[in-house]
Design a protein around this ligand. Structure first.
Ligand code: SF4
Length: 357
């Protein structure tokens, strides 16, 4: 469905989710509950799963959190990644708790001997590692060489770690280089993808909340995805993590890389020809149809000017008129409805269509 030719990377598995190779780009998020609070964390994991999340990451801040991952992993409907910073023992404990993958930034683990202990545990439990590099975990010699945490410094750091880990006979990994700057994120991932064939996890870190977070993330990720780079993504937002999933699917859907598991809305921006309250209509329809988990394309157009063309591309459409709307199914007119009844009537038509497909 997409014209994008993806780079074929080495495939790994996080639990039962394939990453890389020909696998669809996997959608991830991270819980923001205290991992030691098993109930709260599982509740959030379930909400993320309902929203379409495919892999979840949980922060491991101490031993209790690493041990809590045992129950979380057993009850989670999707694979669980332990997120480790600084303490290699927490990585090993999390692996012993049965997690499906561990994320480490080797640069902040302390020594390569400690990293090797993590590699050994991961190897024995047959799970992959996500090898992360970000500006905060860069080695001093690279900071000096490049005069700061530049894209080249991060790429060299990632490449160096990958080689060291390969030399220790461990190849079950994916790699992420994250920056809070979209252009640096693009440059880092373009470069590292030329040097290695491991799957890449994409994201703009600390992107911010709602509008700026979405724009920063999407501006970087859409460039990379269009170039065929990236095997799994997270949109990091300072928002409840469930919101991240919607944005991931909206982005992948827009690029033709995944189908959204909900209604794909097209609506016109309105103009002086409008004779119907289209903005209210679209908002109400989005609310009323949010429970439909089928990839149905719906076009809501203010007048016939663009409605004819759009309705041919959509499964169902509305073409606005003077206080009425024409309901159109696959390009064929179904009925003409007065504005005050339009939402109710259209919702009925969409619900019926959703049952048929
Ligand atoms: S569809 Fe009609 S109302 Fe909407 S922007 Fe186009 S011309 Fe204007």
């Amino acid at each position: 469905m997409s014209l994008i030719r993806r780079k074929v990377t080495k495939q790994i598995k996080v639990g039962d989710v394939k990453i890389g190779g020909e696998a669809p780009i996997a959608v991830q998020s991270m819980t923001n509950t205290d991992t030691r609070d098993v109930m709260a964390t599982l509740n959030q994991i379930n909400r993320l799963y309902e929203a379409g999340c495919e892999i979840v990451r949980c922060a491991v801040i101490d031993e209790e959190a690493a041990k809590a991952l045992k129950i979380i992993k057993e009850k989670s409907p999707m694979p669980v990644i332990a997120d480790i910073h600084f303490n290699h023992r927490l990585a090993i404990l999390s692996i012993e708790s049965g997690v499906d993958c561990v994320r480490i930034n080797p640069g902040n683990i302390g020594s390569f001997d400690k990293v090797k202990e993590i590699l050994k545990a991961a190897y024995e439990h047959e799970i992959p590692l996500r090898i992360g590099v970000n500006s905060g975990s860069l080695e001093k010699d690279l900071l000096d060489k490049y005069n700061g945490p530049t894209a080249n410094a991060m790429v060299e750091s990632a490449y160096r770690w990958v080689k060291k880990i390969e030399d220790a006979n461990f190849t079950n990994m994916k790699v992420s280089i994250k920056s809070s700057d979209p252009l640096t994120t693009i440059e880092c991932n373009e470069k590292i993808s030329e040097f290695i064939d491991y799957p890449l996890h994409l994201g703009v870190t600390e992107a911010g909340s709602s509008r700026e977070g979405v724009i920063k993330s999407v501006s970087a990720l859409s460039v990379l995805l269009r170039e065929g780079i990236g095997d799994t993504i997270r949109i990091s937002l300072s928002e409840p993590p469930e919101k991240e999933i919607d944005v991931c699917y909206e982005l992948l859907n827009a690029l033709g890389l995944r189908k959204k598991k909900s209604i794909d809305f097209v609506s016109c921006p309105t103009c002086g020809r409008i004779e119907i309250d289209l903005i209210a209509l679209v908002n109400e329809l989005k609310k009323r149809l949010s429970n439909i988990k089928k990839p149905i394309k719906v076009a809501v157009m203010g007048c016939v000017v663009n409605a004819i063309g759009e309705s041919k591309e959509a499964d169902l459409a509305i073409a606005g008129g003077r206080h009425f709307g024409l309901i159109i199914k696959r390009g064929e007119k179904v009925k003409k409805v007065r504005e005050e009844f339009l939402v109710d009537e259209f919702v009925k038509v969409v619900e019926k269509y959703a049952e048929e497909v």
